[in-house]
Design a protein around this ligand. Structure first.
Ligand code: G3H
Ligand code: 13P
Ligand code: ZN
Length: 324
């Protein structure tokens, strides 16, 4: 179909009361796995690249892959989104032709220390001005995404200092004019989110409800939302991997988040696990093979299955046609 903006896709999701996965890509197999899942489920898609992904694949290669997806999958609306951008990464993404950027002003330059509120507002405003001038959407982050359970990455400070403050969210949105807001509600990036099976108290659902009540017009974004399914951990480990037992964000909690105003759900770890597990299995079962197309193909196929399942659970399946 077309390149669409994050604003467009999330406006439709808001009308329809569903969520849309933001899936990270670094290579052709990930792009194809996600796009095949979208085609089969008739879903709108958000393809997103981190700074690391751009460094790995090269800006033009990676953008070219995503642009090709637009030409090949003509019935699927696609957002090309910069994930966790610096000021520079966001500006170059806009210049390359991305339709959406996330300016991550929640941390200082070192990528670890929480930035002051005013500094976050300043860099976010700068990117909103730059991007909106060219019709590009902007997602920003307020609070620091970590883990409620163990305060992962939060030093000695109280975990509540890092969750998104609903009052600050109102001020932040008014001052910056962002199109979507990533909130810190207890999720964290990577495979190791929770050390025991999460219950209903692991995510700060009350914050989501409160933030959505205060800024109902702003679609909320949940990062660190891989579910880290047991079967993918088992698959990797059965074939020589060494993933320590861990738990991700339960699908039911994500559905609850969507019910309460979350519209974009970021998933990277689950597709990484899928690709790794499928390739490990293939290597183990076919030690004589050395054609990359065989094992990478298996990786792509399992990515497709995982993404299809997320698209159905998030509710975006069947909504590709909302954009005509
Ligand atoms: O936000 C984190 C995403 O999973 C991207 O990770 O920076 O290793 O590409 P990355
Ligand atoms: P996961 O590590 O849970 O997949 O989160 C990915 C993410 O938030 C990318 O921005
Ligand atoms: Zn993230």
């Amino acid at each position: 179909m077309a390149l669409v903006t994050l604003k467009q896709i999330l406006e439709e999701a808001t009308k329809g009361g569903y969520g849309v996965g933001g899936f990270n890509v670094n290579n052709m197999e990930q792009v194809k796995g996600i796009m095949e899942a979208a085609q089969e489920t008739k879903s709108p898609v958000i393809l997103q690249t981190s700074r690391g992904a751009r460094k790995y694949a090269g800006d033009n290669f990676l953008f070219g892959l995503m642009k090709t997806a637009i030409d090949v999958y003509k019935d699927i609306p696609i957002v090309i989104h910069q994930d966790h951008g610096s000021v520079e990464a966001c500006k170059t993404a806009v210049d390359l032709g991305y339709s959406s950027v996330m300016i991550d002003g929640s941390l200082k330059e070192d990528g670890k220390t929480p930035a002051e509120f005013e500094e976050n507002v300043r860099v976010t405003k700068e990117i909103v001005e730059y991007a909106h001038n060219k019709g590009v959407s902007v997602e920003a982050e307020l609070g620091c995404i970590g883990g409620i359970e163990d305060g992962a990455g939060m030093g000695d400070r109280d975990v509540n200092d890092y969750l998104t403050d609903p009052m600050q969210a109102v001020e932040f949105v008014e001052k910056t004019g962002v199109d979507a807001l990533a909130v810190a509600v207890g999720t964290s990036h990577g495979a190791y989110k929770f050390t025991k099976k999460p219950d209903h108290n692991m995510l700060a659902m009350d914050r989501i409800v409160e933030i959505h009540r205060k800024i109902p017009g702003i679609p909320l974004v949940m990062h660190g939302s891989s579910s880290v399914p047991q079967e993918l951990q088992d698959l990797v480990n059965r074939y020589g991997g060494n993933i320590k037992q861990t738990w991700g964000v339960p699908i039911d909690e994500i559905k609850m988040g969507i019910h309460n105003g979350v519209r974009k759900i970021n998933v990277d770890t689950d597709t990484r696990l899928a690709m790794t597990g499928a390739i490990r299995k293939y290597f183990s079962e076919h030690p004589e093979e050395f054609d990359p197309r065989y094992y990478l193909g298996k990786g792509k196929d399992l990515i497709k299955e995982v993404v299809k399942s997320r698209m159905i659970d998030f509710g975006q399946a069947g909504h590709a046609g909302d954009f005509v």
